[in-house]
Design a protein around this ligand. Structure first.
Ligand code: ADP
Ligand code: MG
Length: 251
C-alpha cells in the first residue's frame, strides 16, 4: 500500500483549475519531488494534502485511509508535516520555542497545560523540550536554541522550519521549495539534512522550482504544468522528457 496517494485530485478556484485530475503515488521511504513552473499548482497540492483546502473532486489517502475533508490539525496528527514556501517563524520567540510549537499536536495537556501543572504535565513539558532539542540538533541548530528566531541567518531559519515540522513526529515530510533563496553552501547543507531524514525512515515529498536541485536527491520526480501532471518517473528520464523541457522553457 502506498503511503500517500492522490487519485484524480482536482481543485478549482472560481474559473481556474489549479490542480487538474492529478494522480500521484508515494511509497514509504522515498524522496518524491514535484516540480513545475511558477503557478503550476505545486503549493496547492500541498494545501490539499494538508487539509487547507478540500479538493473539488478526487480522493487523497494516507496509509489507505481517505483524508479528504479532515482538518489540518488532525492531518498533522496522522503523521503529515510540512514547511511553507515563505518562511513562517515566530520571529520574536526563541529557536527552541518555535520548535516546541510544532510538538503541540502531540501534547495531551491541552491549552491550559501551562497554567495548571499537575506532575504529568510537567513530565510532558520536559519530554516536549527534549524532543524539540533533538530536532534542533538534527538540523545542526542545537547550539542556537536560546537565540531569537529572527537573529538566525536565512539558511538556518529555513532549517528551523524543518526542525519544527519534525517535532510533530511525521511519517511524511512535505517541503515547499526548501532551497529557495539559499546560496550554494546552504543548499549543500540542506541536501545533507534531507538525506539524513530519509535515512531515519521518513518519506519526503519535495516541491521545487529549481530542477537541478531535485535531480540529485529524488527517487522519483513528477512534473506539473498548468495544474496537470505531464510526467512522472525517475529523475534522468523526466529530465529528458520533451514535454517537460518545453514546459520549463515556456511554450
Ligand atoms: P506553484 O506553487 O506551482 O507556483 P500555486 O499552487 O501556488 O503554484 O498556484 C497555482 C495556481 O492557483 C496559481 O494560478 C494561483 O494563482 C492559483 N491559486 C492558488 N491558491 C489560490 C487561492 N486560494 N485562490 C485563488 N487562486 C489560487
Ligand atoms: Mg508554490
Amino acid at each position: 500500500m502506498p503511503l500517500l496517494e492522490l487519485n484524480e485530485v482536482t481543485i478549482k478556484f472560481g474559473g481556474l483549475i489549479a490542480v487538474d485530475s492529478v494522480d500521484l503515488t508515494i511509497e514509504k521511504g522515498q524522496i518524491q519531488a514535484l516540480i513545475g513552473p511558477n503557478g503550476a499548482g505545486k503549493s496547492t497540492v500541498f494545501n490539499l494534502v494538508t487539509g487547507i483546502y478540500p479538493p473539488t473532486s478526487g480522493t487523497i489517502s494516507f496509509k489507505g485511509q481517505t483524508i479528504n475533508g479532515k482538518k489540518p490539525y488532525n492531518i498533522t496528527k496522522l503523521g503529515i508535516a510540512r514547511t511553507f514556501q515563505n518562511i513562517r517563524l515566530f520571529n520574536e520567540l526563541t529557536v527552541l520555542d518555535n520548535v516546541k510549537i510544532g510538538r503541540h499536536c502531540r501534547s495531551k495537556a491541552g491549552p491550559f497545560g501551562g497554567i495548571i501543572q499537575p506532575p504529568s504535565v510537567k513530565r510532558e513539558e520536559k519530554e516536549i523540550e527534549q524532543r524539540s532539542l533533538e530536532c534542533l540538533r538534527l538540523m545542526d541548530l542545537g547550539d542556537k536554541a536560546e537565540e531569537l528566531a529572527r537573529n538566525l541567518p536565512y539558511g538556518e531559519q529555513r532549517r528551523l522550519e524543518i526542525a519544527r515540522a519534525m517535532a510533530s513526529d511525521p511519517e511524511i515530510l512535505l517541503l515547499d521549495e526548501p532551497a529557495a533563496g539559499m546560496n550554494p553552501q546552504e543548499k549543500m547543507v540542506l541536501v545533507e539534512k534531507i538525506k539524513k531524514i530519509r535515512e531515519m525512515g521518513l518519506t519526503i515529498f519535495l516541491v521545487e522550482h529549481d530542477m537541478k536541485f531535485v535531480m540529485g536527491i529524488s527517487d522519483r520526480v513528477a512534473v506539473l504544468d498548468y495544474g496537470k501532471k505531464i510526467a512522472d518517473g525517475p529523475p534522468d528520464a523526466v529530465q529528458k522528457n520533451p514535454e517537460v523541457i518545453a514546459a520549463y522553457l515556456g511554450k
